[in-house]
Ligand binder design. Structure first.
Ligand code: GUN
Length: 303
């Protein structure tokens, strides 16, 4: 039976535009009060894809009125120097969000770098304080891609409570935080991965299927229960009919007749990631203001 109202294509581009318009309004209001949110983006090395992502993040920030500061460092940057840059950004009260673009060059310990970012400025939601806060269901900064997927799901499905969500992939960036957010929304959550037995059978149980594996068109019609809502996080470049194109983890043409709603690739989850980065920058500013207020109150109470 179809658990969701009507068949539809989930338009991530349109939803991201709405999120960005909301952010723009909030930024305008802050600026009228004399405050401009600021995001620092740190890129180490020359990775071509990372350069494109960083350029897009900076452009989008400008569009919504968020000031951005781009720090480009050479690939042979010492870890200590990168940690020094982060420490400076942590201390700068005019910077509200810090993002270190991943992957980092092999000689740098990614975990140590992410742990060095102040949890209140951690707009990626990768610091263990934020990962733990999410697991505990507290109001913390959460990773942008899964947060964007949740917005698409809420818009597409309405009530999520009690739905069986299956997440394919267990990465720290998408799979694990996605599962935590779905659990927070009262879904029944199953996480499956490359070592799971009979993936198609597990996925056929899903009312909501979120795929983040990075394998072009892995998921065919036999993986899907009729009426499923499909969120395809995969963005895979393939060569087909002599040209290069982007496809998701899901065989879109095969899934379309079965799904109650599905995200296309491109134009589905992709635009939501940057939109939620902008939203997180505002949330980070809010959390910093709350922390400053708590500190002022603590200072004025008798010891
Ligand atoms: N590289 C690929 N995805 C991401 C992301 O969400 N955040 C950061 N910082 N780097 C990435």
């Amino acid at each position: 039976m179809n658990a969701f109202p009507s068949l539809k294509l989930i338009d991530g581009k349109a939803t991201a535009a709405r999120v960005l318009a909301e952010v723009r309004e909030q930024v305008d209001s802050l600026r009228r009060g004399g405050m401009q949110p600021a995001l620092a983006v740190v890129l180490v090395g020359q990775d071509a894809a990372s350069q494109v992502y960083v350029r897009n993040k900076v452009l989008r920030a400008a569009e919504v009125g968020i000031r951005s500061l781009e720090q480009r460092l050479p690939s042979d940057t010492e870890q200590a120097d990168l940690l020094g840059v982060i420490e400076q950004l942590n201390r700068d009260p005019a910077i509200n969000g810090i993002l270190v673009q991943l992957p980092l060059p092999g000689h740098i310990d990614e975990h140590q770098v992410l742990q060095a970012i102040s949890p209140l400025k951690d707009v990626d939601g990768f610091h263990s304080a934020n990962v733990g806060g999410l697991a505990q269901g507290r109001d913390v900064l959460t990773p942008c891609t899964p947060s964007g997927c949740m917005r698409l799901l809420r818009d597409a499905c309405g009530e999520l409570r009690g739905k069986h969500a299956v997440v394919i992939g267990r990465s720290n960036i998408v799979g694990k935080p996605m599962a935590a957010l779905l659990l927070q929304a009262d879904c029944t959550v199953t996480v499956v991965h490359s070592r799971s037995h009979d993936l198609p059978a597990l996925c056929r149980q899903a009312d909501i299927l979120v795929s983040a594996v990075g394998k072009p068109r892995l998921i065919g019609a036999d993986w899907l229960k009729p009426g499923v809502v499909v969120i395809d996080v995969g963005i895979n470049r393939i060569e087909e009919d002599g040209r290069s194109r982007l496809v998701g983890d899901v065989d879109f043409a095969a899934a379309l007749p079965l799904a109650a709603a599905i995200t296309p690739v491109p134009g589905g989850v992709g635009p939501m990631t940057i939109a939620y980065l902008m939203k997180n920058t505002l949330l980070a500013l809010d959390l910093q203001q709350q922390a400053a207020q708590r500190e002022r109150t603590a200072c004025h109470s008798p010891c």
